[in-house]
Design a protein around this ligand. Structure first.
Ligand code: AP5
Length: 242
């Protein structure tokens, strides 16, 4: 089990960390972001969660995003950038943050780059870029097994992370639900969108920063430990040993 106090900050808190977690739908970005957020004590920002919160609240952004998300297509860049730029202004982001699901296009990558903190000399402090890799077959199995609590949004998996009582949230006891965009045909469209756009994003980052590729096909806690080691290695500009 990871614990925040076991994590040693190589550069202390005075240096903010931006972590960008890239990967296909279902690779475990949300699961890893929660583990990393607890360990590093910086917030995880998920564009998908922010969009779903906007839909539930009936905001203008939510109304524009709803139908697009049901189809498994990408929401317009300007809506994503507006949402993220508001979120990163919050006080809890002052030591850094972990981005989950952003960027999804090169335009979003440029926008995220513009948010990067600067050193005293005015140079961009490099973000840590982590790319999770997982094969499509495993992704589709994970997504078809995902169940979500409608109240607290806790995420389960009927195969790999089942609730204590079948079909019910451990925390609220409410009936778990399937995400509307986890239907197989929508998952395939989401995967297509990922495969269409990811290389341009990776190309953008490889010209500027290190990109670490990590096999996501292993238990979540083991993966989180390796991600933390990779984050430290990147921040210290040393080779990654995992
Ligand atoms: P979003 O909510 O971001 O969905 P996604 O990227 O498709 O990712 P998921 O949440 O489906 O999966 P995940 O990688 O977080 O995996 P998780 O940890 O949940 O986006 C939804 C939609 O919003 C998009 O399709 C698009 O329309 C729109 N959108 C969002 N951001 C956008 C942007 N920037 N630009 C434009 N449009 C945007 O895990 C999945 C399952 O696997 C769970 O059941 C979990 O328990 C299980 N699991 C996790 N890790 C493991 C493991 N190590 N071993 C076994 N099982 C595991």
């Amino acid at each position: 089990m990871l614990h925040a106090r076991q994590v040693k900050y190589p550069f202390g808190r005075e240096r903010p960390i931006t972590i960008i977690l890239l990967g296909p739908p279902g690779a475990g970005k949300g699961t890893q972001c929660d583990l990393l957020s607890n360990a590093l004590r910086i917030p995880a920002i998920s564009s998908g969660d922010l969009l779903r919160a906007n839909i539930r609240a009936g905001t203008a952004i939510g109304k524009r995003a709803n139908e697009i998300m049901k189809e498994g297509a990408l929401v317009q860049n300007e809506l994503i950038c507006e949402m993220i730029s508001d979120r990163v202004k919050a006080e809890d982001c002052s030591f850094g943050y972990i981005l989950d699901g952003i960027p999804r296009t090169e335009a979003q990558a440029k926008f995220v780059e513009s948010l990067s903190p600067k050193s005293n000399l005015g140079e961009t402090i490099s973000p840590v870029i982590l790319r999770l890799e997982l094969d499509d077959e495993t992704i589709l199995r994970r997504l078809s097994g995902r169940r979500i609590c409608p109240m607290c949004s806790l995420s389960y998996n009927i195969e790999t992370n089942p609730p204590k009582v079948e079909g019910l949230c451990d925390k609220d006891g409410l009936s778990l639900e399937t995400r509307e965009d986890d239907r197989q045909e929508v998952c395939r469209r989401r995967l297509d969108a990922y495969h269409r756009t990811i290389e341009a994003i990776i190309g953008f980052y490889q010209k500027r920063h290190r990109v670490e590729v990590i096999n996501a096909n292993r238990p979540a806690k083991e993966l989180a430990r390796d991600l933390i080691e990779t984050i430290w290695a990147t921040m210290q500009n040393r080779p990654c040993l995992v």
